[in-house]
Design a protein around this ligand. Structure first.
Ligand code: PRT
Ligand code: MG
Length: 222
């Protein structure tokens, strides 16, 4: 039986993935939130988990250091997806990619006037495509986090960021003005590994896709 390595990030991806892994018969022997280990053994001798930054998951899988991984669509769009097979939308870690501005900023009128906006974001590729499609000229400013601060201190007119409950925007006197796309986490598989380790990987893909179906049926019930 061939061995496989699955790349995951801590936090919401791990939390939402644990039930899917369990459905595929895989349970981590340590909790990544409390353990400092970066390589976690599982109940299965031939499956191990590696814990990496969310934005590094596609890189580990692309180069084959991990055979499979779970990454947000936001992260995959920035990475570009080369060398990756993306067989499943897991419907977990869901949120929306949005444009947001200060409460007192009239975005629609700025767009109508053709104003050149400064936009701060971690998602340069997605933001560039979005504004190009709208025919808007923007100056993009790359940030690595806490984008919500940028419009409050005059760094940018707008941000492109992920929104789930909307509480972070509200707490910072910002409002969402445009949805770019819905986001969820995807299963990714190294293309070569899929061919060479199909006997181990395919049953996991099948178990994952069956588990997604079950979760949706459960949530669909009144
Ligand atoms: O934290 P780190 O810098 O290591 O990386 P990361 O922030 O990319 O990782 P993590 O674990 O925070 O997010 C992993 C993945 O979860 C992302 O790539 C998304 O696909 C997905 N996801 C789902 C989210 C959110 N929902 C989300 N709300 N990622 C981030 N957020 C942030 C958002 O950026 C904003 O700052 O939460 C804040 C808004 O939340 P609300 O509920 O206040 O609207
Ligand atoms: Mg984070």
């Amino acid at each position: 039986m061939t061995s496989i390595t699955i790349a995951l990030s801590k936090g919401r991806i791990f939390d939402d993935t644990a039930p899917l892994l369990k459905a595929a018969g895989v349970v981590a022997l340590d909790d990544p939130e409390t353990s400092r280990k970066l390589i976690l053994a599982t109940n299965r001798d031939n499956v191990r988990l590696i814990i990496v930054r969310a934005s590094d998951v596609p890189t580990y899988v692309q180069y084959g250091a991990a055979d499979m991984g779970i990454a947000g669509k936001d992260v995959l769009l920035e990475h570009g997806g080369s060398g990756l097979y993306q067989p499943l939308d897991l419907h977990i870690a869901r949120c929306r990619m949005m444009v947001a501005v200060r409460d007192d900023f009239d975005y629609e009128s700025a767009v109508r006037r053709g104003a050149r906006l400064r936009v701060a974001t971690k998602y340069l590729h997605t933001a560039r495509e979005h504004f190009a499609e709208k025919g808007m000229h923007v100056d993009l400013i790359k940030l690595y986090g806490s984008m919500e601060l940028a419009p409050l201190v005059g760094l940018a007119d707008a941000i492109v960021d992920l929104v789930s409950s909307g509480n972070t925007l509200k707490a910072n006197h910002l409002k969402a003005v445009e949805e770019i796309m819905p986001i969820s986490a995807r299963l990714i598989v190294n293309q070569a590994a899929l061919k060479l380790k199909r006997e181990t990987i395919q049953p996991m893909l099948d178990a994952f896709s069956a588990a997604i179906g079950q979760c949706e049926e459960t949530t669909a019930q009144p």
